[in-house]
Design a protein around this ligand. Sequence first.
Ligand SMILES: [Zn+2]
Length: 146
Amino acid sequence: MSTSIAYGPARVLPGAQIHISTTPDTEPFWEAAKERRLTACQCAVCGQFRMPPTPYCPNCSSKERKWPTLPGTGEVFSYAICNKNPATGEDYVYVPVVVQLDEAGGVRLVGNLTGCNAEDVKIGMKVTVEWTDICDGWVLPNFRAV
Ligand SMILES: [Zn+2]
């Protein structure tokens, strides 16, 4: 017999406490996110995706890149359930998920999951991107259960 814990609804962390920094390699990702468009770095020569973005393709060594618009869907590859806000220490249930993105060659992206109870998150469950306004005008991709 297993025990289960009722955590309740998973929430994303408040955008007001999330700061990012960009580099020339990552800035196209974040600029697209401002337009609520999910993208990933893809080699313009051989087509291999790479996240996080790097200057050179590990497959063919090309510097040529493109940033295709992805459907924004995927499935949960891994997750953790957290119950304290890391900034404030208050009780706060959130679920960081590693999502394998659709139509992106198997690359994965980390976000917070919402739209379900934390105890109901499963490996393989379908999710879709959901955008969270964060500090300094940036927008963070999170995920919602579908
Ligand atoms: Zn390549």
